[in-house]
Design a protein around this ligand. Structure first.
Ligand SMILES: Nc1ncnc2c1ncn2[C@@H]1O[C@H](COP(=O)(O)OP(=O)(O)O)[C@@H](O)[C@H]1O
Ligand SMILES: [Mg+2]
Length: 178
């Protein structure tokens, strides 16, 4: 690690559209084979993030949480594989259910409740941690788990509140009043 180098970005969004816009901006740098881990409580905004990311990939179908399947596939600039492990009993079940699939090398895989996979989740991934609930603003941490994912840090829009590695808030361009 290099001192002073930004290892993560923290973005505050004030509504679901803000979270979708952030995710859409990140999708601009998505590459085939990317893996994104979404971690946050129920109602944090993981599915909102997936919707925005899908929109950024040019997906026009409505992205909903896959309720009866572990993984749903959507067609866009890259295929999007949307995984929701909310109802998962354990990681072994996911792996037995074919969660890691050869086709994913050709698209982007977004995993809600990724922490339920524990060590079965590959370390080469982008971590997205969402804090906040209800109508409160969401604090969204974008953290590459590998240098191959550093490009996502560059894709974070400049017009959002950001924080440096030490967590000191440094608002850039103020958000317009709504
Ligand atoms: N800043 C925000 N970002 C995302 N969602 C928000 C935000 N503020 C309020 N919400 C609301 O929180 C809920 C998030 O739901 P969802 O994305 O399904 O959560 P999860 O998939 O994490 O369980 C939605 O009802 C959304 O309207
Ligand atoms: Mg969800």
């Amino acid at each position: 690690m290099i001192a002073g180098q930004s290892l993560e970005r923290i973005v505050v969004t004030r509504d679901p559209a803000g979270t979708r816009a952030l995710a859409g901006a990140l999708a601009a740098v998505a590459r085939a084979g990317d893996l994104i881990s979404l971690v946050g409580d129920l109602g944090a905004g993981k599915t909102q993030f997936a919707k925005g990311f899908g929109a950024g990939l040019g997906i026009t179908d409505t992205i909903v949480s896959p309720s009866f399947v572990l993984m749903a596939e959507y067609r866009g600039r890259l295929p999007l594989f949307h995984v929701d492990l909310y109802r998962l009993a354990d990681a072994a079940e996911a792996l037995a259910g074919g969660l890691i699939d050869d086709r994913q090398a050709e698209g982007v895989t977004i995993v809600e409740w990724a922490e339920r996979l524990a060590d079965a989740m590959p370390a080469e991934r982008l971590d997205v941690l969402i804090d906040g609930a209800g109508d409160d603003p969401r604090r969204i941490t974008i953290r590459p788990g590998h240098s191959a994912y550093a490009r996502y840090l560059e894709a974070v829009p400049a017009t959002v509140e950001t924080a440096d590695e030490a967590g000191t808030a440094a608002a850039t361009t103020p958000e317009p009043e709504r």
